[in-house]
Design a protein. Structure first.
Length: 152
């Protein structure tokens, strides 16, 4: 029983944690993001992420604080991965408004296992779905850093 607890704690410590800066993308004009892998299968890594961004909207709404939250899968055995994900973009403004939009990602991620730096380029549409359905075409470019020990 004690051995099983130690094995699960050890496997959790091997899960990748990263930070990255995304220009454009699901957080608007630019966002800082934290990402944590929660499951790894043979050629697929599953991760969740949360970010923060800010940008002026107009004088009626003030400044927007955007929190992109997403779950994604990185598919591929080597450094070259296909990234697919869905999430929500939660926006609060300094004038008291609140918005929510769906977000998605289809992209390319270059992340060698033995290096800490990674790069992403992706299509990240913003999806309005509450009052009327609209898709805003959008994309992003990212550079990130893997925290902790290098992966084996």
């Amino acid at each position: 029983m004690l051995l099983a607890i130690n094995v699960s704690a050890q496997s959790d410590s091997l899960k990748r944690k990263s930070i990255f800066f995304e220009v454009l993308g699901s957080g608007g004009l630019g966002s800082f993001n934290y990402e944590k892998e929660f499951c790894r299968k043979t050629s697929t890594e599953y991760a969740w992420r949360i970010g923060v961004s800010s940008m002026p909207i107009d004088k009626n709404n003030g400044i927007a604080i955007i929190l992109p939250v997403m779950a994604a899968a990185n598919i591929g055995k080597n450094a070259h991965k296909l990234e697919l994900g869905l999430g929500q973009g939660i926006t609060f403004t300094t004038k008291g408004s609140f918005f929510i939009r769906g977000t998605a990602v289809v992209g390319y991620r270059y992340q060698p296992d033995h290096k800490k730096w990674f790069y992403r380029i992706s299509y990240t549409p913003l999806i309005s779905y509450i009052f009327d359905f609209q898709i805003q075409q959008w994309g992003g470019v990212s550079i990130g850093y893997t925290l902790g020990k290098k992966q084996p």
